[in-house]
Design a protein around this ligand. Structure first.
Ligand code: IMP
Ligand code: MG
Length: 208
């Protein structure tokens, strides 16, 4: 259990996807993209912050010429809460008009973020648009968005690691793990002592 703000105690739960599984799947996705985009010089747009590690690993296995760019969006999400309000915090540095674009996303959950971005990129008159997401939570979709390249499907649990955070933490884990909210009972029982102990466990897992 970790002491964050009041009401934000969490555990790192079971590992859902290991580092080795991620590595081998990222290579497969890079091979597919390289085959599909030969001679097309696509722009790979990383969706910050969750997509930054995925992009960095993916491009090192892509064998065709391409460019990268970054876009930061804020989805008014705080911890586990979901929201439909999306705002661009940091826009692309180059025009994508007439370009073949691939959005590189860490996780697709409700689909609202992707849907917003797709609309924005269509308005900027891209030549083509595809989406590559490391993780897909199809059971949580509230809006239909096509995802062309999917690393892994995950169940409706909150996950962290490999770029994905809970309140800005755990992005550095080299695997994907489930994050478990503490029960009200745990939070009530001696929060100071309990959180000190669990903080040690969580920090040991982050820095094995
Ligand atoms: P959306 O609901 O598809 O719009 O996803 C919004 C954003 O919420 C994603 O890009 C992630 O940053 C974040 N998100 C959704 N589910 C998870 C999760 O299980 N762990 C960490 N971040 C998540
Ligand atoms: Mg987040």
């Amino acid at each position: 259990m970790e002491s964050g703000r009041k009401g934000s105690f969490v555990h790192i739960g079971r590992v859902l996807i290991t580092q080795e599984e991620i590595d081998s799947r990222v290579r497969e996705l890079a091979d597919q993209i390289s085959a599909d985009y030969a001679d097309r010089n696509p722009v790979l747009i990383s969706l910050l912050k969750g997509g930054f590690i995925f992009l960095a690993d993916l491009v090192r296995h892509i064998t065709v010429p391409h460019e990268v760019d970054f876009i930061a969006v804020h989805s008014y999400q705080d911890g586990f809460a979901r929201s439909e309000r999306i705002e661009i915090l940091n826009d692309l540095k180059r025009s994508v008009s007439g370009r073949d674009v691939i959005i590189i996303d860490g996780i697709v959950d409700t689909g609202h973020t992707l849907s917003f971005l797709e609309q924005m990129l269509e308005d900027r008159r891209v030549a083509s648009l595809r989406v590559c997401a490391l993780l897909d939570k199809p059971s949580c979709r509230e809006i239909t968005v096509p995802v062309d390249y999917i690393g892994f499907k995950v169940p409706d649990v909150f996950v962290v690691g490999y770029g994905l955070d809970f309140k800005e933490r755990y992005r550095n884990l080299s695997y994907i793990a489930e994050l478990i909210p503490a029960t009200a009972l745990e939070e009530a029982a001696e929060p100071a002592t309990a959180s000190r102990n669990k903080e040690r466990t969580a920090s040991a897992k982050q820095n094995p």
